[in-house]
Design a protein around this ligand. Structure first.
Ligand code: NAD
Length: 482
Protein backbone atom coordinates (compact mmCIF):
# COMPACT_ATOMS: atom_id res chain seq x y z
CA UNK A 1 0.00 0.00 0.00
CA UNK A 2 1.26 3.48 -0.86
CA UNK A 3 2.43 5.48 2.12
CA UNK A 4 1.18 8.74 0.68
CA UNK A 5 -2.43 8.96 1.85
CA UNK A 6 -4.69 11.21 -0.22
CA UNK A 7 -7.30 12.76 1.97
CA UNK A 8 -9.25 15.80 3.01
CA UNK A 9 -9.79 15.78 6.78
CA UNK A 10 -12.67 17.96 7.94
CA UNK A 11 -12.40 18.51 11.68
CA UNK A 12 -15.50 19.77 13.48
CA UNK A 13 -14.36 21.32 16.76
CA UNK A 14 -11.10 22.50 15.20
CA UNK A 15 -10.53 25.07 17.96
CA UNK A 16 -11.02 22.56 20.78
CA UNK A 17 -8.74 20.87 23.28
CA UNK A 18 -8.72 17.43 21.66
CA UNK A 19 -7.81 18.83 18.26
CA UNK A 20 -4.98 20.96 19.68
CA UNK A 21 -3.48 18.42 22.08
CA UNK A 22 -3.97 15.20 20.12
CA UNK A 23 -5.15 15.50 16.53
CA UNK A 24 -2.78 18.12 15.14
CA UNK A 25 0.34 16.53 16.70
CA UNK A 26 -0.80 13.11 15.45
CA UNK A 27 -1.32 14.46 11.91
CA UNK A 28 2.13 16.06 12.07
CA UNK A 29 3.75 12.76 13.01
CA UNK A 30 2.04 11.10 10.05
CA UNK A 31 3.39 13.95 7.92
CA UNK A 32 6.91 13.50 9.30
CA UNK A 33 6.70 9.81 8.51
CA UNK A 34 5.48 10.50 4.96
CA UNK A 35 2.04 8.94 5.43
CA UNK A 36 0.76 12.42 4.71
CA UNK A 37 2.79 14.17 2.13
CA UNK A 38 1.68 16.44 -0.68
CA UNK A 39 -1.85 15.16 -1.15
CA UNK A 40 -3.62 16.14 2.00
CA UNK A 41 -5.55 19.09 3.33
CA UNK A 42 -7.36 19.81 6.57
CA UNK A 43 -10.37 22.04 7.11
CA UNK A 44 -10.89 23.04 10.71
CA UNK A 45 -14.34 24.32 11.58
CA UNK A 46 -15.77 25.71 14.81
CA UNK A 47 -17.78 28.67 16.04
CA UNK A 48 -14.92 31.13 16.48
CA UNK A 49 -14.15 33.48 13.62
CA UNK A 50 -10.51 32.66 12.97
CA UNK A 51 -8.61 33.35 9.74
CA UNK A 52 -6.53 30.74 7.91
CA UNK A 53 -3.39 32.55 9.05
CA UNK A 54 -4.38 32.51 12.69
CA UNK A 55 -5.42 28.86 12.44
CA UNK A 56 -2.02 27.99 10.97
CA UNK A 57 -0.31 29.77 13.87
CA UNK A 58 -2.30 27.59 16.25
CA UNK A 59 -1.29 24.48 14.29
CA UNK A 60 2.40 25.46 14.45
CA UNK A 61 2.05 26.09 18.18
CA UNK A 62 0.42 22.69 18.73
CA UNK A 63 3.44 20.91 17.23
CA UNK A 64 6.18 23.09 18.72
CA UNK A 65 7.68 20.19 20.66
CA UNK A 66 7.67 17.82 17.71
CA UNK A 67 8.73 19.91 14.76
CA UNK A 68 11.94 18.95 13.00
CA UNK A 69 12.37 22.51 11.66
CA UNK A 70 10.43 25.75 11.30
CA UNK A 71 10.14 25.11 7.54
CA UNK A 72 8.65 21.67 8.10
CA UNK A 73 6.13 23.09 10.60
CA UNK A 74 5.02 25.90 8.32
CA UNK A 75 4.84 23.67 5.23
CA UNK A 76 2.66 21.27 7.25
CA UNK A 77 0.47 24.14 8.52
CA UNK A 78 0.02 25.45 4.97
CA UNK A 79 -2.26 22.45 4.31
CA UNK A 80 -4.72 23.75 6.97
CA UNK A 81 -7.78 25.91 6.25
CA UNK A 82 -10.31 27.36 8.65
CA UNK A 83 -14.04 27.95 8.31
CA UNK A 84 -16.14 29.60 10.97
CA UNK A 85 -19.18 27.42 11.25
CA UNK A 86 -22.56 27.13 12.87
CA UNK A 87 -23.44 23.47 12.70
CA UNK A 88 -27.16 24.21 12.24
CA UNK A 89 -26.79 26.61 9.34
CA UNK A 90 -27.18 25.03 5.89
CA UNK A 91 -25.40 28.00 4.28
CA UNK A 92 -22.23 27.06 6.20
CA UNK A 93 -22.30 23.59 4.65
CA UNK A 94 -22.45 25.16 1.17
CA UNK A 95 -19.27 27.09 2.00
CA UNK A 96 -17.72 23.92 3.33
CA UNK A 97 -18.61 22.08 0.11
CA UNK A 98 -17.09 24.83 -2.04
CA UNK A 99 -13.86 24.77 -0.06
CA UNK A 100 -13.78 20.96 -0.07
CA UNK A 101 -14.09 20.93 -3.88
CA UNK A 102 -11.33 23.54 -4.29
CA UNK A 103 -8.96 21.67 -2.00
CA UNK A 104 -9.81 18.36 -3.64
CA UNK A 105 -8.62 19.78 -6.94
CA UNK A 106 -5.66 21.73 -5.57
CA UNK A 107 -4.18 18.80 -3.64
CA UNK A 108 -5.45 15.98 -5.92
CA UNK A 109 -7.29 14.24 -3.11
CA UNK A 110 -9.41 11.95 -5.37
CA UNK A 111 -12.55 12.87 -3.45
CA UNK A 112 -11.47 11.12 -0.22
CA UNK A 113 -13.06 12.64 2.87
CA UNK A 114 -12.53 12.01 6.54
CA UNK A 115 -15.02 13.72 8.85
CA UNK A 116 -13.70 13.99 12.40
CA UNK A 117 -16.34 15.10 14.91
CA UNK A 118 -14.30 16.49 17.78
CA UNK A 119 -17.39 18.02 19.36
CA UNK A 120 -20.01 17.00 21.91
CA UNK A 121 -21.89 13.84 20.85
CA UNK A 122 -25.10 15.88 21.13
CA UNK A 123 -24.05 17.51 17.85
CA UNK A 124 -23.22 14.28 15.96
CA UNK A 125 -26.75 13.73 14.62
CA UNK A 126 -27.17 17.30 13.35
CA UNK A 127 -23.76 17.34 11.67
CA UNK A 128 -24.32 13.95 10.00
CA UNK A 129 -27.73 15.05 8.69
CA UNK A 130 -26.38 18.35 7.39
CA UNK A 131 -23.43 16.64 5.71
CA UNK A 132 -25.88 14.54 3.75
CA UNK A 133 -28.32 17.30 2.82
CA UNK A 134 -25.42 19.62 2.02
CA UNK A 135 -23.98 17.03 -0.44
CA UNK A 136 -20.70 16.89 1.45
CA UNK A 137 -20.42 13.17 0.89
CA UNK A 138 -18.08 12.47 -1.96
CA UNK A 139 -19.10 10.12 -4.73
CA UNK A 140 -15.62 9.75 -6.20
CA UNK A 141 -13.63 8.77 -3.09
CA UNK A 142 -14.29 7.43 0.38
CA UNK A 143 -16.32 9.01 3.18
CA UNK A 144 -15.30 8.09 6.73
CA UNK A 145 -16.75 9.39 9.97
CA UNK A 146 -14.57 9.44 13.09
CA UNK A 147 -16.27 9.92 16.43
CA UNK A 148 -15.19 9.88 20.06
CA UNK A 149 -16.77 8.61 23.24
CA UNK A 150 -19.04 9.15 25.09
CA UNK A 151 -21.43 7.27 22.79
CA UNK A 152 -24.49 8.30 24.77
CA UNK A 153 -24.92 7.91 28.50
CA UNK A 154 -26.99 4.71 28.34
CA UNK A 155 -28.17 2.10 25.86
CA UNK A 156 -31.22 4.07 24.75
CA UNK A 157 -29.26 7.23 23.99
CA UNK A 158 -26.50 5.32 22.30
CA UNK A 159 -28.98 3.54 20.01
CA UNK A 160 -30.59 6.85 19.18
CA UNK A 161 -27.19 8.33 18.32
CA UNK A 162 -26.47 5.39 16.04
CA UNK A 163 -29.82 5.66 14.30
CA UNK A 164 -29.15 9.33 13.55
CA UNK A 165 -25.65 8.75 12.21
CA UNK A 166 -26.67 5.70 10.21
CA UNK A 167 -29.03 7.85 8.16
CA UNK A 168 -25.92 9.36 6.55
CA UNK A 169 -23.05 6.87 6.99
CA UNK A 170 -22.99 3.08 6.77
CA UNK A 171 -21.57 1.11 9.70
CA UNK A 172 -18.51 0.37 7.52
CA UNK A 173 -17.89 4.10 7.18
CA UNK A 174 -18.11 4.81 10.93
CA UNK A 175 -14.90 4.69 12.99
CA UNK A 176 -15.71 4.85 16.72
CA UNK A 177 -12.58 5.76 18.61
CA UNK A 178 -11.58 4.28 21.94
CA UNK A 179 -8.07 5.67 22.21
CA UNK A 180 -7.01 2.80 24.51
CA UNK A 181 -7.22 0.55 21.45
CA UNK A 182 -4.44 2.65 19.90
CA UNK A 183 -2.03 1.95 22.76
CA UNK A 184 1.03 -0.12 21.93
CA UNK A 185 0.56 -2.81 24.56
CA UNK A 186 -3.20 -3.11 23.98
CA UNK A 187 -2.39 -3.69 20.32
CA UNK A 188 0.11 -6.33 21.46
CA UNK A 189 -2.52 -8.49 23.24
CA UNK A 190 -3.63 -10.55 20.19
CA UNK A 191 0.02 -11.17 19.25
CA UNK A 192 0.89 -12.29 22.78
CA UNK A 193 -2.13 -14.53 23.04
CA UNK A 194 -2.23 -16.04 19.56
CA UNK A 195 1.37 -15.66 18.40
CA UNK A 196 2.85 -17.79 21.19
CA UNK A 197 1.90 -21.47 21.16
CA UNK A 198 2.73 -21.73 24.85
CA UNK A 199 0.39 -18.94 25.92
CA UNK A 200 -2.30 -19.92 23.44
CA UNK A 201 -2.44 -23.41 24.96
CA UNK A 202 -2.76 -22.26 28.55
CA UNK A 203 -5.08 -19.25 28.07
CA UNK A 204 -8.08 -20.81 29.79
CA UNK A 205 -9.52 -21.78 33.16
CA UNK A 206 -7.38 -24.93 33.40
CA UNK A 207 -4.27 -22.81 33.92
CA UNK A 208 -5.41 -19.28 34.70
CA UNK A 209 -6.64 -18.53 38.20
CA UNK A 210 -7.80 -14.96 37.57
CA UNK A 211 -7.17 -11.91 35.42
CA UNK A 212 -6.83 -8.38 36.80
CA UNK A 213 -7.24 -5.15 34.87
CA UNK A 214 -6.12 -1.94 36.61
CA UNK A 215 -6.55 1.56 35.17
CA UNK A 216 -5.35 3.79 38.00
CA UNK A 217 -4.96 7.55 37.97
CA UNK A 218 -3.30 9.57 40.70
CA UNK A 219 -4.93 12.85 39.65
CA UNK A 220 -8.33 13.95 40.91
CA UNK A 221 -11.10 15.34 38.71
CA UNK A 222 -9.15 18.60 38.25
CA UNK A 223 -11.24 21.18 36.40
CA UNK A 224 -13.69 18.56 35.07
CA UNK A 225 -15.83 18.24 38.21
CA UNK A 226 -18.97 19.28 36.34
CA UNK A 227 -18.42 16.67 33.63
CA UNK A 228 -17.51 13.99 36.17
CA UNK A 229 -20.68 14.58 38.20
CA UNK A 230 -22.61 13.54 35.09
CA UNK A 231 -20.47 10.56 34.19
CA UNK A 232 -18.65 8.91 37.14
CA UNK A 233 -15.98 6.25 36.77
CA UNK A 234 -18.34 3.52 35.56
CA UNK A 235 -19.46 5.37 32.46
CA UNK A 236 -16.20 7.27 31.96
CA UNK A 237 -13.89 4.25 32.05
CA UNK A 238 -15.66 0.89 32.36
CA UNK A 239 -18.23 1.17 29.56
CA UNK A 240 -15.44 1.75 27.06
CA UNK A 241 -11.78 1.14 27.98
CA UNK A 242 -12.23 -1.62 30.57
CA UNK A 243 -14.81 -3.59 28.62
CA UNK A 244 -12.64 -3.33 25.51
CA UNK A 245 -9.68 -4.78 27.43
CA UNK A 246 -11.93 -7.50 28.90
CA UNK A 247 -13.01 -8.44 25.36
CA UNK A 248 -9.43 -8.71 24.12
CA UNK A 249 -8.40 -10.79 27.13
CA UNK A 250 -11.27 -13.29 26.98
CA UNK A 251 -12.04 -13.56 23.27
CA UNK A 252 -11.65 -16.87 21.46
CA UNK A 253 -9.05 -16.96 18.70
CA UNK A 254 -10.55 -15.18 15.68
CA UNK A 255 -10.64 -17.04 12.35
CA UNK A 256 -8.46 -14.31 10.88
CA UNK A 257 -6.92 -11.05 12.00
CA UNK A 258 -9.24 -8.56 10.39
CA UNK A 259 -11.83 -6.25 11.85
CA UNK A 260 -14.80 -8.50 11.11
CA UNK A 261 -13.33 -11.62 12.67
CA UNK A 262 -11.93 -9.79 15.71
CA UNK A 263 -15.10 -7.80 16.26
CA UNK A 264 -17.26 -10.93 16.11
CA UNK A 265 -15.24 -12.53 18.90
CA UNK A 266 -15.23 -9.38 21.03
CA UNK A 267 -19.02 -9.07 20.77
CA UNK A 268 -19.36 -12.70 21.83
CA UNK A 269 -17.31 -12.00 24.98
CA UNK A 270 -19.63 -9.14 25.94
CA UNK A 271 -22.69 -11.31 25.35
CA UNK A 272 -21.25 -14.13 27.46
CA UNK A 273 -20.42 -12.01 30.51
CA UNK A 274 -22.70 -12.88 33.41
CA UNK A 275 -24.88 -9.84 33.93
CA UNK A 276 -24.66 -7.99 37.18
CA UNK A 277 -27.98 -7.00 38.70
CA UNK A 278 -29.58 -6.02 41.97
CA UNK A 279 -29.47 -9.60 43.26
CA UNK A 280 -25.75 -10.15 42.81
CA UNK A 281 -24.32 -6.63 42.76
CA UNK A 282 -22.77 -6.71 46.22
CA UNK A 283 -20.71 -9.78 45.26
CA UNK A 284 -19.55 -8.17 42.03
CA UNK A 285 -19.12 -4.42 42.34
CA UNK A 286 -17.51 -1.99 44.77
CA UNK A 287 -18.01 1.69 44.17
CA UNK A 288 -15.91 4.29 45.92
CA UNK A 289 -15.30 7.98 46.28
CA UNK A 290 -12.11 9.69 47.46
CA UNK A 291 -11.98 11.62 50.70
CA UNK A 292 -9.22 13.66 52.31
CA UNK A 293 -6.30 12.12 54.18
CA UNK A 294 -4.08 13.47 56.95
CA UNK A 295 -1.10 12.21 54.92
CA UNK A 296 -1.95 14.54 52.03
CA UNK A 297 -3.46 17.70 53.57
CA UNK A 298 -3.07 19.56 50.26
CA UNK A 299 -5.45 17.19 48.42
CA UNK A 300 -9.17 17.71 48.78
CA UNK A 301 -12.02 15.24 48.93
CA UNK A 302 -14.10 14.73 45.80
CA UNK A 303 -17.07 16.46 47.42
CA UNK A 304 -14.96 19.59 47.92
CA UNK A 305 -13.85 19.78 44.28
CA UNK A 306 -15.05 22.58 42.02
CA UNK A 307 -18.52 22.03 40.49
CA UNK A 308 -19.08 18.92 42.62
CA UNK A 309 -22.10 18.63 44.89
CA UNK A 310 -21.22 18.51 48.61
CA UNK A 311 -23.34 15.37 49.03
CA UNK A 312 -22.41 13.81 45.69
CA UNK A 313 -22.94 10.06 45.36
CA UNK A 314 -20.89 9.90 42.18
CA UNK A 315 -18.23 7.18 42.11
CA UNK A 316 -14.60 8.15 41.50
CA UNK A 317 -13.59 4.49 41.79
CA UNK A 318 -15.13 1.20 40.70
CA UNK A 319 -13.83 -2.31 41.20
CA UNK A 320 -15.62 -5.35 39.97
CA UNK A 321 -15.62 -9.01 39.14
CA UNK A 322 -16.82 -10.29 35.79
CA UNK A 323 -17.54 -13.96 35.16
CA UNK A 324 -18.06 -15.48 31.74
CA UNK A 325 -20.44 -18.22 30.62
CA UNK A 326 -17.84 -19.38 28.08
CA UNK A 327 -16.58 -22.88 28.89
CA UNK A 328 -12.95 -21.71 28.57
CA UNK A 329 -13.45 -19.35 31.50
CA UNK A 330 -15.41 -21.55 33.89
CA UNK A 331 -15.19 -20.03 37.41
CA UNK A 332 -12.33 -17.71 36.36
CA UNK A 333 -12.93 -14.17 37.62
CA UNK A 334 -11.79 -11.18 35.66
CA UNK A 335 -11.32 -8.42 38.21
CA UNK A 336 -11.07 -4.79 37.25
CA UNK A 337 -10.62 -1.50 39.03
CA UNK A 338 -10.30 2.06 37.94
CA UNK A 339 -10.26 5.27 39.89
CA UNK A 340 -8.99 8.74 40.52
CA UNK A 341 -6.56 9.72 43.27
CA UNK A 342 -5.18 6.22 43.50
CA UNK A 343 -1.63 5.49 44.65
CA UNK A 344 -0.06 6.05 41.28
CA UNK A 345 -0.71 6.37 37.57
CA UNK A 346 -0.64 2.89 36.20
CA UNK A 347 -2.43 0.81 33.61
CA UNK A 348 -1.64 -2.87 33.77
CA UNK A 349 -3.14 -6.29 33.18
CA UNK A 350 -2.10 -9.21 35.36
CA UNK A 351 -2.75 -12.80 34.39
CA UNK A 352 -2.40 -14.93 37.50
CA UNK A 353 -1.75 -18.60 36.81
CA UNK A 354 -2.95 -21.46 38.99
CA UNK A 355 -0.65 -23.04 41.52
CA UNK A 356 -2.79 -26.03 42.34
CA UNK A 357 -1.11 -28.45 39.90
CA UNK A 358 1.08 -31.01 41.72
CA UNK A 359 4.62 -29.62 41.65
CA UNK A 360 7.85 -31.36 42.63
CA UNK A 361 8.87 -28.54 44.95
CA UNK A 362 5.52 -28.05 46.62
CA UNK A 363 7.10 -28.21 50.05
CA UNK A 364 8.98 -24.98 49.29
CA UNK A 365 7.45 -21.49 49.27
CA UNK A 366 6.51 -21.30 45.58
CA UNK A 367 4.84 -18.22 44.14
CA UNK A 368 2.11 -18.10 41.57
CA UNK A 369 3.28 -17.40 38.02
CA UNK A 370 2.05 -13.99 36.91
CA UNK A 371 2.23 -12.52 33.43
CA UNK A 372 1.85 -8.74 33.51
CA UNK A 373 1.17 -6.52 30.53
CA UNK A 374 2.32 -2.99 31.35
CA UNK A 375 0.30 -0.57 29.25
CA UNK A 376 1.41 2.75 30.70
CA UNK A 377 3.19 4.87 31.67
CA UNK A 378 5.84 2.19 31.07
CA UNK A 379 5.20 -0.24 28.22
CA UNK A 380 6.31 -3.84 28.36
CA UNK A 381 5.76 -7.31 29.73
CA UNK A 382 6.95 -9.03 32.86
CA UNK A 383 6.71 -12.59 34.05
CA UNK A 384 7.00 -13.74 37.61
CA UNK A 385 8.32 -17.25 38.04
CA UNK A 386 10.10 -19.45 40.56
CA UNK A 387 13.84 -19.97 40.37
CA UNK A 388 16.36 -21.71 42.57
CA UNK A 389 17.84 -19.28 45.05
CA UNK A 390 21.57 -19.04 44.35
CA UNK A 391 23.58 -20.90 46.97
CA UNK A 392 24.34 -24.33 48.34
CA UNK A 393 20.85 -25.02 49.63
CA UNK A 394 17.80 -25.97 47.62
CA UNK A 395 15.52 -23.05 48.11
CA UNK A 396 13.19 -21.13 45.79
CA UNK A 397 12.84 -17.47 45.03
CA UNK A 398 10.40 -15.58 42.86
CA UNK A 399 12.08 -13.67 40.04
CA UNK A 400 10.60 -11.27 37.52
CA UNK A 401 11.63 -11.39 33.89
CA UNK A 402 11.01 -8.03 32.34
CA UNK A 403 10.85 -6.77 28.80
CA UNK A 404 10.50 -3.05 28.31
CA UNK A 405 9.43 -1.61 24.98
CA UNK A 406 12.08 0.82 23.83
CA UNK A 407 12.32 3.06 20.84
CA UNK A 408 9.70 5.04 19.09
CA UNK A 409 6.22 4.04 20.16
CA UNK A 410 3.48 5.68 18.10
CA UNK A 411 0.98 7.83 19.92
CA UNK A 412 -2.60 6.42 20.22
CA UNK A 413 -4.09 9.04 17.89
CA UNK A 414 -1.28 8.80 15.35
CA UNK A 415 -1.90 5.09 15.02
CA UNK A 416 -5.70 5.35 14.96
CA UNK A 417 -5.71 8.14 12.37
CA UNK A 418 -3.45 6.09 10.13
CA UNK A 419 -5.67 3.03 10.62
CA UNK A 420 -8.67 5.13 9.58
CA UNK A 421 -6.81 6.42 6.51
CA UNK A 422 -5.96 2.85 5.56
CA UNK A 423 -9.52 1.61 6.27
CA UNK A 424 -8.22 -0.77 8.91
CA UNK A 425 -11.05 -1.02 11.44
CA UNK A 426 -9.52 -3.65 13.74
CA UNK A 427 -8.87 -1.06 16.46
CA UNK A 428 -12.23 0.70 16.27
CA UNK A 429 -15.42 -0.12 18.10
CA UNK A 430 -18.46 -1.59 16.37
CA UNK A 431 -22.00 -0.37 17.18
CA UNK A 432 -22.88 -3.76 18.64
CA UNK A 433 -19.90 -3.64 21.03
CA UNK A 434 -21.12 -0.26 22.25
CA UNK A 435 -24.65 -1.49 22.84
CA UNK A 436 -23.58 -4.76 24.51
CA UNK A 437 -21.33 -2.73 26.82
CA UNK A 438 -24.14 -0.36 27.71
CA UNK A 439 -26.37 -3.29 28.68
CA UNK A 440 -23.88 -4.23 31.42
CA UNK A 441 -23.41 -0.65 32.57
CA UNK A 442 -27.14 0.13 32.60
CA UNK A 443 -27.81 -3.00 34.68
CA UNK A 444 -25.18 -1.97 37.25
CA UNK A 445 -26.52 1.56 37.42
CA UNK A 446 -30.07 0.30 37.83
CA UNK A 447 -28.91 -1.82 40.79
CA UNK A 448 -27.14 1.21 42.29
CA UNK A 449 -30.42 3.11 42.33
CA UNK A 450 -31.75 0.85 45.10
CA UNK A 451 -28.65 1.61 47.13
CA UNK A 452 -27.79 -2.07 47.37
CA UNK A 453 -24.20 -1.12 46.68
CA UNK A 454 -23.52 2.05 48.67
CA UNK A 455 -20.52 4.30 48.07
CA UNK A 456 -17.44 3.30 50.08
CA UNK A 457 -14.99 6.07 50.86
CA UNK A 458 -11.22 5.81 50.37
CA UNK A 459 -8.53 8.27 51.42
CA UNK A 460 -6.73 10.00 48.55
CA UNK A 461 -3.60 8.25 47.24
CA UNK A 462 -4.75 4.76 48.20
CA UNK A 463 -5.89 1.93 45.96
CA UNK A 464 -9.56 2.21 46.78
CA UNK A 465 -11.84 1.16 49.62
CA UNK A 466 -11.25 -1.90 51.80
CA UNK A 467 -14.11 -3.68 50.06
CA UNK A 468 -12.17 -3.61 46.79
CA UNK A 469 -9.57 -5.83 48.47
CA UNK A 470 -12.19 -8.06 50.08
CA UNK A 471 -13.74 -8.64 46.65
CA UNK A 472 -10.65 -10.72 45.80
CA UNK A 473 -9.88 -12.05 49.28
CA UNK A 474 -13.27 -13.79 49.35
CA UNK A 475 -12.00 -15.98 46.50
CA UNK A 476 -8.51 -16.43 47.94
CA UNK A 477 -7.02 -13.89 45.49
CA UNK A 478 -5.19 -10.61 45.94
CA UNK A 479 -4.43 -7.63 43.74
CA UNK A 480 -1.05 -7.99 42.08
CA UNK A 481 -0.42 -4.27 41.72
CA UNK A 482 -0.71 -2.54 45.06
P1 NAD B 1 -13.73 21.42 23.64
O1 NAD B 1 -14.87 21.96 24.43
O2 NAD B 1 -12.36 21.85 23.93
O3 NAD B 1 -13.99 21.73 22.11
C1 NAD B 1 -15.26 21.63 21.51
C2 NAD B 1 -15.20 22.17 20.10
O4 NAD B 1 -16.52 22.11 19.54
C3 NAD B 1 -14.77 23.64 20.01
O5 NAD B 1 -13.95 23.78 18.87
C4 NAD B 1 -16.08 24.37 19.81
O6 NAD B 1 -15.95 25.59 19.13
C5 NAD B 1 -16.84 23.37 18.96
N1 NAD B 1 -18.29 23.58 19.04
C6 NAD B 1 -19.07 23.43 20.13
N2 NAD B 1 -20.35 23.72 19.82
C7 NAD B 1 -20.37 24.06 18.51
C8 NAD B 1 -21.39 24.47 17.59
N3 NAD B 1 -22.66 24.59 17.99
N4 NAD B 1 -21.04 24.70 16.32
C9 NAD B 1 -19.75 24.57 15.91
N5 NAD B 1 -18.75 24.19 16.72
C10 NAD B 1 -19.05 23.95 18.00
O7 NAD B 1 -13.90 19.83 23.71
P2 NAD B 1 -12.76 18.73 23.46
O8 NAD B 1 -12.07 18.46 24.73
O9 NAD B 1 -11.94 19.11 22.29
O10 NAD B 1 -13.60 17.43 23.14
C11 NAD B 1 -14.31 17.23 21.94
C12 NAD B 1 -15.04 15.89 22.02
O11 NAD B 1 -14.11 14.83 22.19
C13 NAD B 1 -16.00 15.80 23.22
O12 NAD B 1 -17.09 15.04 22.84
C14 NAD B 1 -15.19 15.05 24.26
O13 NAD B 1 -16.01 14.33 25.14
C15 NAD B 1 -14.39 14.11 23.37
N6 NAD B 1 -13.13 13.68 23.98
C16 NAD B 1 -12.18 14.60 24.33
C17 NAD B 1 -10.98 14.18 24.87
C18 NAD B 1 -9.89 15.15 25.24
O14 NAD B 1 -8.80 14.70 25.59
N7 NAD B 1 -10.12 16.44 25.18
C19 NAD B 1 -10.74 12.80 25.06
C20 NAD B 1 -11.73 11.88 24.67
C21 NAD B 1 -12.92 12.34 24.13
Amino acid sequence: MSKNQKTLAIIFGGTGDLAYRKLYPALYKLYQNDYLNKNFAVIGTARRSWTDDYYREVIVDSIKELKSSDESASEFASHFYYLSHNINDAENYRELLDLAKQLDEKYKLEGNRLFYLSVSPKLFGTIATQLKSGNLLSDTGYNRLLIEKPFGTNLKESNLLDREILKTFTEDEIYRIDHYLGKEMIQAIPMLRFGNPLLKKIWNHHYISNIQVTLAEDIGVEDRGGYYEQSGALRDMVQNHILQVVSLMLMDEPDCYDSQCVCREKITVLKELVSINEDNISEHIVRGQYIESADYPELMAYRSENEVSTDSEVETFVAGKFLSKNKNWKDTPLYFRTGKRMKGKNTQIDIVFKKDLPLLFDDLELSKNVLSIHIGPEEGISFKMNDKKAGMLLDSEAIRLKYKEEGKIPDDYERLLLNALEANKTSFVHAEEVSESWKHIDAIRAAWKDNKNPIEFYPVMTNGPKKAFELLEKNGHEWIWD
